[in-house]
Design a protein around this ligand. Structure first.
Ligand SMILES: *Cc1c(COP(=O)(O)O)cnc(C)c1O
Length: 363
């Protein structure tokens, strides 16, 4: 195979995939109910638990992360959900809940801000909800929610499921599924995990599984209970999974385990810090500033406001001509912000090289 480029693709999803992981897909097909697949499931089960910090089985589905967002709603919300919304992906979560016929109570904060514990407590008291939906790392704004603190607030109440989108945080920011008592935690393959797109992954608490069993219209194809039963008995889900992506997931989990979750998260934190240092030292002079507040910035994606009159395309296009990729803004922030996805396999060295190029483009 020809050489596979790597190290200059800073899109906030899909993220850059290591050449070895790209190559891991090149294998003959195997039966998805047979020894070779059994071996893969056995090989990934413990690394996935380590990644999610859970003792429970981690389920893997062949769909993008949004599929498991819908699973979270269908299997986790009985009647009414409180949706915390501060960006486009949280907006999608609320929309899906409504589209699945659930009543949605919204707690909105301006884009780039995060819901804080006191606000959440007040909102739950005011609204008789049986679930809360939220996004940990809001990839559209670069904001990182105080997940541990918010989870504590939810636990002050009885029988409210906490459904958490960790799509751009899992594998880059600490997520303590069991310790923080998160009921449903889901992610996708193509963000901080740095596997190609196409797989969704999740862990559910025992009470979430019990809840799901009491909801008759939880759907069929993405029924959490059948996924959970399949993976609990070493099966790769109820249907034919994307087998080649499982080859790649297996390989990448080996790499992630070799690096270590704590080291991997620390690397992501230093990527954020490198970007913050640069904004302070150079970016500010060029008119750039962070959208989220200090202490509420995701370790995996930096969303920077552009100076008046500069469009995101006028930054991303010259970079693309030099072989580097970053993201424009997302949704209503598309024109006025840029997003640097420093997630997955990136190093501080490569990020600093990129920031130097951005400096020249804006100068
Ligand atoms: C990318 C992303 C999604 C959607 O993931 P898909 O795999 O495109 O369905 C949802 N939430 C967040 C926070 C994301 O970053």
């Amino acid at each position: 195979m020809t050489e596979i480029p790597f190290g200059r693709f800073f899109l906030p999803g899909p993220s850059d995939v290591h050449p070895d992981v790209i190559r891991a897909a090149v294998r003959p097909m195997i039966a998805h109910r047979g020894k070779a697949m059994d071996d893969i499931i056995a090989n990934i089960a413990q690394p996935l638990k380590t990644l999610f910090r859970t003792q429970r089985p981690v389920i893997v589905g062949t769909c993008s992360a949004t599929g498991f967002m819908e699973m979270a709603v269908r299997s986790g919300v009985r009647n009414r959900v409180l949706s915390l919304v501060g960006g486009a992906f949280a907006e999608r979560f609320a929309h899906i809940a409504a589209a699945c016929g659930r009543e949605v109570v919204r707690l909105d904060v301006p884009y780039g801000k995060t819901v804080e514990p006191d606000m959440l407590r007040d909102a739950i008291k005011r609204s008789d909800v049986d679930a809360v939906s939220m996004v940990h790392s809001e990839t559209s704004t670069g904001a990182l929610a105080p997940l541990e603190e918010l989870a504590k607030v939810v636990q002050e109440f009885d029988d409210i499921m906490l459904l958490v989108d960790t799509v751009s945080s899992m594998g880059g920011v600490p997520v303590e599924t069991d310790q923080w008592k998160l009921d449903f935690v889901f992610t996708g393959s193509q963000k901080a995990l740095a596997v190609p797109p196409g797989l969704a992954l999740a862990a559910a608490s025992p009470r979430m599984i019990e809840r799901a069993k009491t909801i008759p219209e939880r759907g069929a194809y993405l029924d959490m209970v059948t996924f959970h039963e399949a993976f609990s008995s070493g099966q790769p889900g109820p249907n034919t999974p994307a087998v080649s992506l499982f080859f790649q997931l297996e390989h990448q989990l080996g790499r992630i385990m070799a690096e270590g979750i704590d080291v991997r998260c620390a690397r992501h934190k230093s990527l954020l810090e490198a970007c913050e240092r640069w904004v302070e030292a150079k970016g500010k002079e060029l008119g750039l500033s962070y959208l989220p507040d200090p202490g509420r910035r995701s370790w995996t994606v930096s969303c920077l406001k552009l100076p008046e009159g500069v469009t995101s395309k006028s930054v991303t296009q010259p970079l693309a001509q030099q072989g580097w990729t970053i993201g424009t803004g997302y949704g209503k922030l598309k024109e006025t912000t840029i997003r640097i996805g420093h997630m997955g396999e990136h190093t501080v060295g490569a990020l600093e090289e990129l920031l130097g190029l951005i400096e020249r483009v804006l100068d």
